[in-house]
Design a protein around this ligand. Structure first.
Ligand SMILES: [Fe+2]
Ligand SMILES: [Fe+2]
Length: 167
């Protein structure tokens, strides 16, 4: 499943869905961190989880200003391809990183769409959010020894940051 976030006609609904997506991502990261063995992976994914939580905090006042209710969870609908339930059942660091790669492909796709359609008051925040999402995906790809797909590559990979144990 590829995320539909960012395809909404209504901008308020789009930003509410983006918050739900960030909740789903934070929850998936939480489940991933619990199951990972590698300490460096745990620390890095915990930091990514906090980025998603910060995105929610930054988007919330904008949604409120637009007269909308701020979602307080990912909601009933599956927002991510590999949600927290899937993450909670995976074994092995590589399987977990691959699942989070799939999820970050979703968040990157969603943020890329939202940047194109964001109301002026939200633009700077979603642009910074997109930069975070790209960094998340690039880091995961680097651990897996994979290249960023064309058009999505942004920064040079830092090979020295790759922890031992996975190639
Ligand atoms: Fe986010
Ligand atoms: Fe992310």
């Amino acid at each position: 499943m590829v995320t539909s976030v960012g395809t909404e006609d209504d901008k308020l609904e789009m930003l509410q869905d983006l918050i739900k997506l960030d909740y789903a991502a934070a929850e998936a990261y939480e489940a991933a961190v619990e199951r990972l063995d590698n300490t460096i992976y745990k620390q890095q994914l915990a930091a990514f989880m906090r980025d998603h939580e910060r995105h929610i905090e930054e988007l919330a006042p904008i949604v409120r200003q637009m007269g909308g209710e701020v979602p307080d969870s990912g909601g009933a609908k599956e927002m991510l391809t590999e949600g927290k339930v899937v993450l909670g059942s995976l074994l092995g660091d590589e399987a977990i990183l691959k699942a989070m790669k799939t999820n970050e492909n979703d968040t990157n796709t969603a943020y890329e769409r939202v940047v194109e359609k964001a109301p002026p008051g939200a633009l700077a925040i979603v642009q910074r959010g997109l930069a975070d999402e790209r960094r998340h995906l690039e880091w995961i790809l680097a651990q897996l020894g994979e290249e960023a797909p064309a058009g999505r590559a942004r920064s040079v990979r830092d090979e020295s940051s790759r922890p031992p144990g996975m190639r």
